[in-house]
Ligand binder design. Structure first.
Ligand code: PDD
Length: 282
């Protein structure tokens, strides 16, 4: 596979990051994962805006290195040269504060950020999307800036491993008695015909797919409320589903071993899943 690192396109096995890189030492960096369908980047402007926001919040300046056009061109070249212009793929982008002797404070001004992009095929697990998946719940023990897409993913990794070891697809995170999101997805529920998801705050990632699904729901005239799902409401939901760049709309049929609604994929999740795939193919 061909990847991009700091201005160069090179085979993945030749790509090297210094051990002093602050991404390695401190997790001092941000990332984006963008979907591509038939070589076209899905919701590229929204991913770019979120990247700008994450970079701004942690004070990494890439203005000297890269602009939106460059990121788009690099992404498209990676898709082309890796034979990914047919079907579904993802482009991974990571930017760290660069390599410098280890100090907790920022390295000297002018230290170039590390910029890495790669692309890979995305196999959609069609059967799982169709039949629905299982999830567990878990306390949300992350920091108070979950709105930033940083590579500091240790709490997400540890909880996803719990889910994996339990043989389920995702863990739904709970903070102060409400659902925040999944370890790598946003969470939606249907209660009394109304679609619910946590409002944007510092406790959830503003998911690109979440935004598209809300738009698709509103276009269909579904009642939508960005109001958190409480712990008490969770067992009463008629439907639950996850959204994300690699998750699409993934219905859940059990949470903590209890069936969701009828225990079968519900009509709202199904309709929004189909609508999302249609939107991606446009
Ligand atoms: N994860 N919430 C969290 C914590 C996430 O990590 C993600 C995405 C989402 C969904 O966001 P979006 O719709 O923009 O992909 C929500 C990516 C895909 C990842 O870490 O691989």
């Amino acid at each position: 596979m061909l990847v991009y690192l700091n201005g160069e396109f090179l085979p993945e096995r030749e790509a090297r990051v210094p051990v002093e890189d602050r991404g390695f030492i401190f997790g001092d960096g941000v990332y984006e994962v963008t979907r591509s369908v038939d070589g076209r980047l899905f919701e590229e402007p929204t991913h770019w805006r979120r990247l700008q926001r994450s970079l701004g919040a942690i004070e990494i300046d890439i203005s000297g290195a890269l602009d939106r056009e460059a990121v788009r061109e690099i992404s498209e070249r990676l898709l082309r040269e890796n034979g990914l212009t047919g079907g579904h793929a993802i482009v991974y982008l990571q930017i760290t504060r660069g390599a410098a002797p280890r100090t907790h404070w920022f390295p000297p001004a002018g230290t170039p950020p590390t910029v890495f992009l790669s692309a890979q095929r995305l196999e959609i697990p069609r059967e799982l999307r169709e039949r629905g998946a299982d999830a567990i719940t878990h306390p949300d023990q992350r920091w108070a800036r979950c709105d930033l897409k940083t590579v500091n993913l240790l709490p997400n990794v540890l909880v996803k491993q719990r889910a994996h070891a339990a043989g389920v697809f995702e863990a739904i995170l709970l903070r102060d008695g409400v659902v925040t999101e999944g370890t790598s997805s946003n969470v939606f529920g249907v209660l009394g015909g109304e679609l619910r998801t946590a409002p944007l705050s510092n406790y959830i990632l503003p998911g690109v797919t979440r935004g598209v699904v809300l738009e698709l729901a509103r276009e269909r005239g579904l009642p939508v409320s960005e109001q958190p799902i409480t712990l008490e409401e969770l067992p009463r939901l008629d439907e639950v589903f996850l959204t994300g760049t690699t998750t699409d709309v993934q219905p859940l049929v059990t949470v903590d071993g209890r069936p969701v609604g009828t225990g079968r994929v519900g009509p709202i999740a199904r309709a929004l899943q189909e609508a999302l795939y249609r939107r991606m193919a446009e």
